[in-house]
Design a protein around this ligand. Sequence first.
Ligand SMILES: [Zn+2]
Length: 238
Amino acid sequence: MRCWLDSCPKVNRLAYLLLRYEMNVVLLGPPGSGKGTQAELMHERLGFVHYSTGDVFRDHIKRKTPVGYEVKEYVTSGRLVPDSVVIEVMNAFIAEHVGKPIVYDGFPRTIPQAEGFGRVLDGHGLKVDAVVLIDLADDEVIRRLTARRQCRKCKKIYNLTFRPSRKEGICDECGGELYQREDDKEETIRRRLDVYREQTEPLIKFYEDKFKLERIAGELGRDKVFEELKRILETGKE
Ligand SMILES: [Zn+2]
């Protein structure tokens, strides 16, 4: 398959610029805003390393590292992993990927995490280069997330609006039954949104005071949001 980067001189130039520089980009946004998808696009098309606390935790647990054991204990007992552990994990991640552009997907989550993050970057001679908030109204978050369905067998995720299966209620890949996870029910989503607003509003203020925080409307959809993101990154580098 031909690499997308090779086919677009403009983005090729952007990727080239980014790959030559260490760049730390924070993506904030409510659940369902598509920040994970955007971080993946930045990884695939612009060569960013994708940092997601959850994925990195799962990786440590899988590799049975000392931190992995610690995190597993918190997770299995249903307790929140303390900020100090989150920061420790992030520090190790940065040390491992020094010299590469990194996109932080939904991290930091709280002000103490943001402060710890700043100190860690400082310790590596780095800084936060851009903070981008992909915003989405609560009603749209609920509309998007309640439309999610997952295959019981192979766990593939579908969306009744954006990515429906060919046959209603049946997985394209394995023929398994599609169902709505407890996480994707309206009541659960409203609770997650409450937590998000409570923790992230102060964080938005924190970054607005320190940096120029850029906002993109999540309603624009995947491709237009990515266009906006590239524009922001390119301006930031010139
Ligand atoms: Zn399936």
